[in-house]
Design a protein around this ligand. Structure first.
Ligand SMILES: *Cc1c(COP(=O)(O)O)cnc(C)c1O
Length: 359
């Protein structure tokens, strides 16, 4: 008798990460995935317009030297301290594979970027969620337990709360036997002219990896560029893994566009500052409409209305073609995450919101 074929027994089964919706319609106000409402730096358009298609015959530089050097120069570090990938999701995934190989649990906050547990599952990394304090801040004392690594975003997502460099340093310095990853996807919106970043600490701690992205503050989510900065040792280990998986992750056009974006500091500062101004104004208007929220230092606001449930607001906004983010997880289901758009987008958002909550 033939046995029933059972190839599915050997499948790596995972529950995938669910990204925010990318609606196909045109005239929506899209405040659901923390994209930047302003276009990339003009230098990026110049690269695209001048690109010679014939170059696509050839493989890209596997070291992405043009981009790595530009990032190193921008942050005043050595090129050997920079790793680049296809969005910071790719960088983080490589970092998980490279650094979290212990039998002890990887630690991260219980309210945080919902990709961390997905990577931990797919790579079979044991993990433990560490509860935030009731005001959503991190208690560094909670990270003194036995672990095989630590990761958290700063500012955290979806709360937007920024932890001080002192708090970050406490966690890094008390865990010399683990790699600590700080996911700074939103750090450019923290203000303080760049001083909020824990990057300076990499000179002091060779177990600290700082990850950032071009997707938010540099308006380039569609081209996929992320990077990690850390000690030469950490970066070498990551490159060893990357070159064991796929050498040519970054295409030719992306490498050039990334370097071009970094060349225009003025445009970068100007667009980031505009978003910060719009965010602070949005906080005032939300408060007037009866919302409370955490003190976001990112390009989104995590807000809760005093009487109307977040799910209802989320659905009513969607009917008016305004997209924000809402999660059914009971820990955060009372809140909406609202990305900061242009002033015009925020006007449309607030007009709709006012109708919904004051109806
Ligand atoms: C957006 C985001 C990322 C990923 O961004 P990429 O587009 O892959 O660079 C990583 N971490 C956090 C916390 C994010 O919000």
């Amino acid at each position: 008798m033939m046995l029933k074929p059972d190839w599915e027994r050997n499948v790596r089964r995972v529950e995938p990460y669910i990204p925010g919706e990318q609606p196909k319609e045109r005239n929506v106000v899209k405040l659901n995935t923390n994209e930047n409402p302003y276009p990339p730096a003009p230098a990026v358009q110049e690269i695209l317009s001048g690109f010679d298609c014939d170059e696509l015959r050839l493989y890209p530089d596997p070291d992405s030297a043009v981009l790595v050097n530009a990032i190193a120069e921008f942050y005043g570090v050595k090129p050997s301290q920079v790793f680049v990938g296809v969005g910071s999701d790719d960088v983080l995934s490589m970092a998980f594979m490279t650094f979290f190989n212990s039998g002890s649990p990887l630690l991260f906050p219980d309210i945080t970027y919902s990709f961390y547990d997905v990577w931990a599952e797919v790579y079979r990394i044991p993990y433990q969620r560490i509860p935030l304090r009731s005001d959503y801040t991190i208690d560094p004392e909670d990270y003194l337990i036995e672990n095989g690594g630590i990761i958290f975003p700063n500012p955290n997502a979806p709360t937007g709360i920024l932890e001080s460099t002192d708090t970050v340093e406490q966690i890094v310095s008390s865990n010399p036997d683990s790699v600590v990853i700080v996911d700074e996807a939103y750090i450019d919106f923290a203000g303080d002219s760049g001083k909020a970043s824990c990057l300076p600490l990499i000179e002091k701690y060779d177990n600290l990896l700082v990850v950032q992205t071009f997707s938010k503050s540099r308006s380039m989510a569609g081209i996929r560029i992320g990077y990690a900065i850390g000690s030469e040792k950490l970066i070498k280990y990551m490159n060893d893994v990357k070159f064991s998986v796929n050498s040519y992750t970054m295409n030719r056009i992306t490498q050039l566009c990334g370097a071009a974006a970094l060349s225009d500091r003025e445009y970068f500062t100007e667009t980031v500052d505009k978003i910060i101004v719009t965010r602070e104004l949005a906080k005032k208007r939300l408060a007037e409409l009866g919302f409370t929220f955490t003190d976001s230092r990112s390009n989104f606001i995590f807000a809760e209305h005093r009487s109307v449930p977040a799910e209802n607001i989320f659905k009513a906004l969607k009917e008016k073609s305004i997209f924000v983010r809402w999660w059914s997880d009971p820990k955060i289901s009372s809140r909406l995450r609202i990305t900061v758009g242009t002033p015009e987008e925020m006007d449309r958002f607030f007009a709709a919101l006012e109708e919904i909550v004051n109806g």
